[in-house]
Design a protein around this ligand. Structure first.
Ligand code: C5P
Length: 302
């Protein structure tokens, strides 16, 4: 909870229900057709006045979160303060529930959360379009953390079009031991595709339809992650996790973003509980979490 003179923002994790990856661009990034869906696992970022910029973190994986200026929350405060010509004197506390380096945009969530929290704490009222620009500067997935819901991201994933979602989807996320570095997974993608003509990434009409109509079975048939082969190449043990969730009754299984979290689409809340229990019992993951989507984007909660 935040006290007087503090602002707390809640920000969701994401799963990529389609991640179509193009060839490497001259700037090293990859053009994407990236369909983001926000899920109900959240970090909370609390901003309080301080004499200098400091970051603290609590949660089971807190020891894996950098507390220096490489933390996207700290960078968000710096960029916002610089834009308004003020000092970024703020204490940012992250209550972390999103897996760290897991392919669920946990770091991006903290960046978007800090941005919104500082904007409110400092009374800046920065226009939404400017906040989104700062998000894009922070990282490819950060604009989506601000927006939430569902969206198609093109370019390097930062240019968003919000998408309608016609129902609730139920998920299980298997959390792996250790993280995977996003640049390393993209590097492996390039290595696996050396000498191959990689097609232009395009959003799947069947997938967009499944989201719009809230049709879980259709979404299960349309899920696709172009980084999955690269993530599995770097972490072959994820194949056993995917197989365990499928054997337990998941309608579809895929690596979440660049991994190593794996995502399982299930038919309802009851199935989510049984698939999560089976995944934990299988010994192929560190833990399993249930969640629903869509979830709201970054929101001031206190
Ligand atoms: O934008 P962000 O800082 O999250 O990207 C992290 C890394 O992921 C980039 O440095 C790049 O190696 C890779 N990436 C990419 N193409 C994208 C997004 C990210 O190659 N569209």
């Amino acid at each position: 909870m935040s006290g007087a003179g503090a602002v707390t923002v809640r920000v969701p994790a994401k799963v990529n229900v389609q991640l179509a990856v193009g060839g490497a661009r001259p700037d090293g990034f990859h053009d994407l057709a990236n369909v983001f869906l926000a899920v109900s696992l959240y970090d909370e970022v609390t901003a309080t006045p301080a004499d200098a910029l400091t970051v603290t973190c609590e949660g089971p994986d807190a020891d894996k979160v950098p507390l220096d200026r490489t933390n996207l929350a700290a960078r968000a405060a710096e960029l916002l303060a610089a834009r308004h010509g003020i000092a970024p004197d703020v204490h940012l506390h992250i209550a972390k529930d999103i897996p760290v380096a897991g392919g669920m945009a946990g770091g991006s969530a903290d960046g978007a959360g800090a941005l919104l929290a500082c904007d409110a704490l400092w009374g800046l009222d920065t226009p939404r379009a400017e906040l989104l620009e700062i998000c894009a500067e922070l990282g490819s997935d950060v604009p989506f953390s601000l927006v939430g819901g569902a969206a198609l991201g093109v370019g390097r994933g930062e240019r968003l079009t919000e998408l309608p979602v016609g129902g609730t989807f139920h998920w299980v996320f298997a959390v792996a031991d250790g993280g995977l570095s996003t640049p390393a997974v993209y590097g492996e993608f390039d290595r696996l595709n050396e000498g191959v003509e990689v097609p232009e990434p395009v959003a799947s009409p069947a997938l967009l339809d499944a989201l719009r109509t809230g049709d879980t079975a259709a979404l299960a048939g349309a899920l696709a992650n172009g980084l999955q082969a690269a993530a599995l190449s770097l972490r072959p043990s994820l194949a056993a996790t995917l197989a365990a969730g499928t054997a337990a009754g998941a309608l579809a299984a895929l690596v979440s973003g660049s991994g190593p979290t794996t995502a399982f689409l299930v038919k309802d809340a009851e199935s989510a509980e049984s698939v999560a229990a089976a995944l934990i019992a299988s010994g192929t993951c560190r833990t399993a979490r249930v969640a629903t989507s869509p979830a709201a984007g970054a929101t001031v909660v206190g």
